[in-house]
Design a protein around this ligand. Sequence first.
Ligand code: FE2
Length: 211
Amino acid sequence: MESKLHTILAMIVISSLVMVSNLLAGNRPQRSSISVEISQNVKEDLIQLREEEKLARDVYLYLYTVWDQWIFSNIAKSEQQHMDAVKKLLEKYDIEDPADIDIQGKFQNQDLQDLYDELTAEGTPSVEGALYVGATIEDLDLFDIYRMIGETDIIDVSNVYENLSRGSRNHLRSFLGQLMLFDEDYAYEAQFLDQDEVDEIYSSPMESGHR
Ligand SMILES: [Fe+2]
């Protein structure tokens, strides 16, 4: 009886020692949520992307008031979803939100502020010009998201980038399709992506899974 007790005590001591040595060696027990380190580059990308999606939403909301075309209000709703998806990542990774105070047409990023001013002015004189502005924004958005995709392998960040790029390709197809309806000679010239990439997107079908 006594020797059995000694054996049990010895086992308890040994397993405690193993736990302590594992902890000292850094072999901590697995937790259900694993915190992922996010690089400064990716943080900056997410901050930029949040306002870039806002640029799209705000320009389309403005152009809808000017032209009363369904395409602008419809795609603005989708851009709001894109903004929300990026916002969730900012919250998750504890990154300051540049659009926390969300005033339509106002941006912290001065380049995006300049673009907003420029693009709303370009979209005002004609509806073709407004649709061209839409294609320009999606062209820029895709160019930036494709670069960002190459800069991270964090799965939830990559998933958002993939969803947003699918949405942007669909938006680009919609704007180019409308542009052709208004004037079939009004060809869009790629400004950020290569022309081949734009042509390939336009000639391929709408993608499902995200608007
Ligand atoms: Fe878009």
